[in-house]
Design a protein. Sequence first.
Length: 176
Amino acid sequence: MHLSFSFPSSPISFAMSILSAIFLFLISSIHPIFAANTNSTVYEVLQDYDFPIGLLPKGVTSYELNTSTGKFSLRLNETCTFKIESYVLKYKSKITGVIEKDKLSSLSGIQVKVLLFWLSITEVIRNDDELEFSVGIASANFPIGNFDECPTCGCGFDCDDVNSREIKINRLVSSS
């Protein structure tokens, strides 16, 4: 058996070959860490971490997740506001945070209106069949079943009522 190895003709091309090999190695080892726009939707990723899909409204356009640190970033078409029961929620067009099994932390971009003030939701923790939402010094618990479906921007979970009201109003205005 005869093995042969030849060095590139110049030191510069040798250095470039080494740098190219290192660069390709780094790219191939970093790529699996980021789950950006893979076959999984952001809603499926939520479920992988034991959260219901209804934590996010419909309309997430893209997301990135560093699976080694849990840091994520996601985008909506625009700022999304809707009312659920007595709470008004606002999702900015960019939301960031850290996800791990049963815990979302360091959240940025999600707010709840309490009386006259907008408070940032900074953490969501799943405890069995409840979700605890934290706005810093205060928190509130809700049954996980409240988040089985995704709310829609503008109308939350009451979109059918909004659409039927619009149809009724249009029929009253119609001259036919």
